[in-house]
Ligand binder design. Structure first.
Ligand SMILES: Cc1cc2nc3c(=O)[nH]c(=O)nc-3n(C[C@H](O)[C@H](O)[C@H](O)COP(=O)(O)O)c2cc1C
Length: 406
């Protein structure tokens, strides 16, 4: 079995600068902490406009340092020198063109740039910016200078950039940066097989209720959250069945996918997988479907059209009613008001073990965005509020919690 804490006690300084990819650092911090590392985050002032010190401070369990001179100097102003000696590795991810220029030319106007100049340890930088900024001779010369100064560089990847352009400039995935860090610290990246031998059923995406061959009732679910859970469960070694409504997402590696359209289809599909050890029901299931669905296109008339809708089967309640001993059932609640009370009531009414609450009106949460902010409620009365995180990181934290022995 691989070591679950390959970086136990290793001291990592993590610099974060003001690029759009700064949000990915949250996942990197989580991976480092999970591997046992001590992580000191250093942010530029601009970086705090992209991701909050609260998020990175919570995940790293340490105060995030920004300014070189603290607001209330208390004798700790030489901290940069101590930190430069404390770290076994300084990683700057993402590295903006601006801070790259500063590092290359020895500027010292923030805790990050000061620690860089004082660092006695190896330095790894991960530049990320728009393609044209990266290719500019000024940036390339600064990067070459850093390499001459002995800095290790993880080059940006080709792909779609936040600007909408396609080219070289993307920050590599946090998992890839983590692996590079682990290698530089002489440790093998941990392979998490904690769900090996377990069967995980995930439902995802919207359901679609047809009115006629061209019209339907549906919702805004993109399936991203459920797909992230399925991907993470498969990475941890589980056999994963993903039952999904229509979405444009690609099937994650190692996942068995079952495509459905309506709430009735979904109910049939989950009933055919009774043996799952863990069920994560993230699909946004229609509560109502048209009583009649026409196989011919409805013709327009001069009068208003009345639609009669019927209740669809309550898939989650059905799963709760047929839950077998040892099975863990996790539901999702998307609530726009009275979220906590509604979610707790749903958890009890439907015989769930956990419920994941999110509010689509909150910035960075709900349908669509690549991030989510959720609260996890447990049957035993527990409550945990997570900060805004990439959905992959949310999936990972949720699986940590719901698959832990109870
Ligand atoms: C929305 C937005 C996204 C940005 N993304 C990047 C980026 O990915 N890379 C980069 O080098 N600069 C980017 N910038 C520009 C930097 O934020 C700007 O140069 C800033 O001064 C960097 O400060 P810092 O290096 O001290 O963190 C972006 C600016 C904005 C407004």
């Amino acid at each position: 079995m691989s070591d679950p804490k390959p970086l136990a006690g290793r001291r990592v300084l993590l610099g974060v600068t003001g690029g759009i990819a700064a949000y990915k650092t949250a996942e990197l911090v989580r991976l480092l902490k999970k591997a046992g590392a001590l992580v000191q985050v250093l942010m530029t002032r601009e970086a705090t406009r992209f991701v909050t010190p609260l998020t990175l401070g919570t995940l790293s369990e340490r105060e995030v340092l920004v300014d070189l001179v603290p607001d209330a100097p208390n004798g700790s102003w030489t901290r940069h020198v101590h930190l430069g000696r404390w770290g076994e590795l300084l990683v700057v991810a993402p590295l903006t063109a601006n801070t790259m220029a500063k590092l290359a030319h020895g500027h010292c106007d923030s805790m990050l740039t000061a620690v860089y100049l004082s660092a006695a340890c190896p330095v790894l930088v991960c530049p990320a910016m728009d393609h044209d900024m990266f290719e500019h001779p000024a940036t390339q010369e600064n990067l070459a200078l850093l390499v001459r100064h002995g800095v290790h560089v993880m080059p940006p990847e080709e792909g779609e950039l936040a600007s909408g352009l396609v080219g070289k400039g993307r920050l590599p995935d946090p998992a890839a940066i983590f692996e590079r860090i682990a290698r530089m610290l002489g440790a093998a990246a941990p392979e998490d097989r904690s769900l090996a031998g377990r069967h995980v059923l995930v439902t995802a995406g919207p359901t679609v209720e047809d009115l006629d061959p061209v019209r339907f009732l549906s919702n805004r679910s993109t399936g991203t959250m459920g797909f992230a859970v399925a991907a993470e469960a498969a990475r941890r070694g589980a056999r994963v069945t993903l039952v999904t409504g229509p979405t444009s997402l690609e099937t994650p590696a190692g996942v068995d996918r079952v495509d459905i359209r309506s709430a009735d289809d979904l109910e049939r599909a989950v009933r055919s997988v009774p043996d799952a050890d863990l069920v994560v029901a993230a699909a946004a299931v229609a509560d109502y479907a048209p009583v009649e669905s026409s196989d011919r296109k409805l013709k327009k008339a001069d009068d208003d059209l009345m639609l009669r809708l019927r209740r669809t089967p309550d898939v989650l309640a059905g799963l709760g009613a047929s839950k077998r001993a040892g099975q863990v059932l996790v539901g999702f609640a998307l609530e726009t008001h009275d979220g906590l009370e509604n979610a707790r009531a749903k958890l009890e009414r439907k015989n769930l073990d956990y419920i994941v609450l999110n509010d689509p009106n909150e910035t960075g949460a709900g349908f669509g965005p690549d991030t989510n902010r959720v609260t996890l409620l447990s049957r035993e009365g527990g409550r945990e509020d997570f900060p805004v995180l990439p959905k992959a990181a949310v999936a990972s934290l949720l699986l940590d919690r719901v698959s832990a022995p109870r």
